[in-house]
Design a protein around this ligand. Structure first.
Ligand SMILES: Nc1ncnc2c1ncn2[C@@H]1O[C@H](COP(=O)(O)OP(=O)(O)O)[C@@H](O)[C@H]1O
Ligand SMILES: [Mg+2]
Length: 226
């Protein structure tokens, strides 16, 4: 599903964010990527969605070698990957419904499809009663659930969440993790970047630990090491 072969990423002029990373994530896995700040976790996530190019090595996503992906092909890749990043914010002047619908509108979806899929996505995240609310009328956890609903509209095979619980209190954190587990149960591959020890230790799923741009540990039912 996701494969990194000898991947290095050097930001100009000379920051080696990832160094010779080899990685294989199978369809349907739930993988946590952990490690201290500045060790390359976000870079790894951005490479998977082709928001950055590799400096060396190659990346395959869903059987597709995206190492030298053309700009015009990136939207096709992104539709296969639901992204929950901290900097992908909700639009403040759009309602919950409109925020989720917008992701389909920009992709050119038919109105009938939008009317069909948006309520389904919001039902999965248990927000079907908040369609007409604006983001500032929701809690942090509810807002993050809207972001997850938006990530689901193209029925992606992979969800990548980069610190999705970074700004949430512990009750909301559990809610988001439970939701990611539920989405994973449907068969979607989940890649969760986090530095929250409690989450990782409770999950008992695969844990990949990065340190200074290198994978230093990769364990099934892993625990937080650093
Ligand atoms: N766009 C960028 N330009 C230059 N350096 C960057 C950029 N993004 C990240 N870096 C550097 O790459 C390293 C890894 O960053 P990052 O992948 O964001 O780590 P993490 O998500 O683990 O905190 C850090 O040293 C960071 O300063
Ligand atoms: Mg990061």
């Amino acid at each position: 599903m996701i494969r990194f072969k000898n991947v290095s990423k050097i930001y100009k002029p000379n920051t080696a964010a990832l160094k010779n990373v080899n990685l294989r994530i199978k369809p349907g896995e739930f993988v946590s990527i952990v490690g201290q700040s500045g060790t390359g976790k976000t870079t790894l996530a951005r490479l998977i969605i082709a928001e950055e190019n590799v400096s060396k090595g190659s990346i395959i996503v869903g059987g597709w070698d995206i190492t030298n992906i053309k700009q015009a092909e990136i939207p096709t890749l992104r539709r296969q990957i639901g992204v929950v990043f901290q900097d992908f914010k909700l639009l403040k002047k759009k309602t919950v419904y409109e925020n989720v619908a917008f992701a389909l509108e920009v992709a050119g979806a038919e109105p009938v499809k939008i009317r069909n899929i948006v309520p389904q996505a919001l039902k999965i995240v248990n927000l079907e009663d908040k369609l007409d609310r604006f983001p500032n009328e929701l809690s942090g956890g509810q807002q993050q659930r809207v972001v997850i609903a938006r990530a689901l509209v193209h029925r992606p095979k992979i969800i990548i969440a980069d610190e999705p619980t970074g700004n949430l209190d512990s009750i909301n954190v559990q809610e988001i993790i439970d939701l990611l587990l539920k989405i994973n149960k449907f068969g979607t591959t989940v890649v969760l970047v986090t530095h929250n020890h409690d989450i990782v230790n409770a999950l008992r799923k695969r844990v990949i630990t990065l340190d200074q741009g290198q994978i230093i540990s990769d364990q099934e039912e892993g625990k937080y090491l650093l």
